[in-house]
Design a protein around this ligand. Structure first.
Ligand code: HEM
Length: 565
């Protein structure tokens, strides 16, 4: 059967479709319209929304099986010619002009009728219809900033002086100046964002991916999982035996260690990194997360999938949105709107106090992180936030069964029936929930100290992942403790690679980084933690300066106090 041909679509035509609310992205030079699929999508609609108007080839390849990629072909509506220049997706603040805005006949920028261009020679990169970025007022000149970083700072300074009349604006200009400084620093440190450089990085990344596949690094080492299962079995058996013998605190510590270790395999399964079959891995993940640990795998996947496509973006990545308790970026002091939670993350009175002490409260908060995960899991399952249609529709019911099972064995069986006093119950609960704390620290460690700056829509997927993620250096014998999370950079570049192959892949990634000139962030566990605490302390100091700045302006604007300043 002859391969179907698709019409060539112009950039203006695609912009017009997005303006009408269509979910359009580019995949291997084809235009994909995902509207009909979105309600069935196991990855949720937010992951797709962040790709609208962009060339999503690398993100999609990283996150999908070959079968899912095949399925996407059904949603092709056209193709583009030449290198696609990304729009800023509507969810990130991009504005798109409807075709009607240019009058009847879909007239494009060059004055030609779009319908003619669609079937002739238009290139996707021959017009600039991208709106200003929420961060880059003039996003189009991002590549130039590398060479003119001070200009970015002086423009920030002029914003500052222009708006110093009001304390709020003064605070904003201070924060905007910081934003520009952070961007300038990244532009100094990383390769420029111009088309040629980013295209070169992308082509080398794709070649690296081919090498990863050729070397069999997607093949799961099931023996390594057999060893993991023995470890889990020993920890669970120890928890059970100590419980029987009345050593309740020791039992709780083993149970906590069991949960700590299990999370790593749930993470692998959530990424289809074990069997690579969506349902098999999802069931493995649900058994571990829901049945054994009382946490929702579906909630975690929904959250984590978005984290993988918009890593370290303060307004889009739920993994760094912990207001009012913590802020890893000064931008969170601006009461940003979270597109993930769909509400404003207020920098309110509670946040003002909490963030001033966040470098001290960090590990304490992490110790109780599991309680917050219960809350989020229940909201996800019982409010029906997950997919109700499509391949993953039944996962919710399996997960609810898992939750009932968990609270039957843990809540009723251990806490209520086995433990003799309320004090024993309290101690058991606290110890078992605090012991897995390192996993929360390990998750935060990979990103909290890395850049949260937005370099605009033209930065390639591999560069963004390498700029926002760090790896932890550890000896091979300690790999079990980090559970693969020490190779976050490698994991972000290739999320479906089985955990036990990440160490081998690391060597290939290091070569790639050297070749394209992107620094590869690799730190020791202690140094990485120091950097995280340092970042929290830095934002805390920025919050103090912001408060001072607003206070001084407020006082000097007050005529009763004006003379004293
Ligand atoms: C028409 C377009 C799309 C189709 C047909 C599609 C299809 C699928 C399918 C079948 C799965 C199940 C896992 C698998 O078999 O690989 C999946 C998962 C996923 N998709 Fe898509 N997808 C589309 C677009 C996108 C886009 C643009 C993104 C954003 C980068 C995305 C992100 C994800 C994620 C993160 C998962 C993992 C979900 C999980 O494991 O629970 N998808 N997709």
């Amino acid at each position: 059967m002859a391969a179907r041909t698709y019409p060539l679509m112009s950039r203006r035509e695609i912009e017009g479709l997005i303006a009408e609310g269509r979910m359009i992205f580019i995949l291997d030079q084809y235009v994909i319209k995902a509207d009909a699929w979105a309600p069935y999508h196991p990855g949720g609609d937010k992951a797709i929304r962040h790709m609208i108007g962009r060339d999503a080839t690398d993100e999609v390849t990283a996150l999908h099986s070959a079968e899912a990629r095949e399925r996407m072909n059904r949603y092709r509506i056209g193709r583009v010619d030449g290198r696609w220049t990304n729009f800023i997706p509507p969810i990130q603040g991009g504005k798109f002009r409807p075709l009607s805005e240019t009058g009847p006949g879909h007239v494009c920028e060059n004055g030609t009728d779009c319908s003619i261009i669609a079937s002739s020679t238009a290139s996707s990169s021959d017009s600039e219809s991208r709106p200003p970025s929420p961060v880059f007022d003039d996003g189009a000149d991002v590549p130039l900033r590398k060479r003119h970083a001070p200009a970015a700072l002086s423009s920030a300074a002029s914003v500052s002086s222009a708006s110093s009349a009001e304390p709020e604006h003064e605070g904003m200009s201070f924060l905007n100046t910081l934003t520009h400084e952070k961007i300038a620093l990244d532009l100094e440190k990383y390769p420029p964002i111009d088309a040629a450089t980013q295209e070169n990085i992308v082509s080398k990344y794709r070649a690296l991916h081919q090498r990863v596949k050729d070397e069999g690094l997607y093949r799961c080492n099931y023996w390594a999982y057999a060893v993991e299962c023995c470890r889990y079995g020993l920890l669970a058996a120890a928890a059970f035996l100590f419980l029987r013998w009345g050593w309740y605190a020791t039992s709780a510590a083993f149970l906590g260690a069991f949960w700590h270790q299990l999370v790593f395999t749930a993470h692998d399964a959530g990424h289809m990194g074990i069997t690579h079959d969506f349902h098999t891995d999802s069931v493995i993940g649900i058994i571990i997360a829901d049945f054994c640990g009382g946490l929702s795998l579906g909630w975690w996947k929904q959250n984590h999938n978005v984290h993988h496509v918009v890593t370290n973006s303060p307004e889009h990545d739920p993994d760094i949105e912990h207001m009012p308790f913590m802020a890893v970026s000064h931008r969170l002091l601006q009461s940003l709107r979270s597109t993930y939670y769909d509400h404003v993350m207020e920098y309110d009175a509670v946040a003002k106090v909490a963030i001033r002490v966040q470098q001290y409260s960090y590990y304490i908060l992490l110790s109780f992180g599991r309680l917050n995960l219960y809350r989020l899991s229940w909201a996800y399952l019982f409010l029906g936030q997950g997919p109700r249609k499509g391949p993953a529709w039944w996962h919710r019911y399996l997960e609810i069964t898992g939750q009932l099972f968990f609270w039957a064995w843990f809540g009723y069986g251990i806490l209520y029936k086995t433990l003799p006093t309320n004090w024993d119950r309290f101690v058991f609960f606290v110890i078992s929930h605090v012991v897995p704390m390192p996993v929360h620290a390990q998750i935060c460690l990979s990103h909290f100290a890395m850049s949260t700056a937005d370099l605009g829509p033209h930065e390639s997927f591999p560069q963004k992942m390498l700029r926002t993620t760090m790896d932890i250096d550890c000896p091979t014998w300690l790999d079990f403790f980090h559970g693969g999370l020490q190779f976050q950079v490698i994991h972000h570049l290739f999320p479906r690679i089985p955990r036990h192959n990440l160490r081998r892949t690391q060597k290939l990634v290091q070569d790639f980084c050297n070749e394209v000139g992107i620094p590869y962030a690799l730190y020791g566990f202690v140094d990485g933690n120091k950097m995280v605490v340092g970042t929290l302390a830095e934002v805390s100091r920025q919050a103090a300066i912001l408060a001072k700045c607003q206070q001084v302006i407020a006082t000097s604007a007050d005529p009763l106090h004006g003379h004293s300043h």
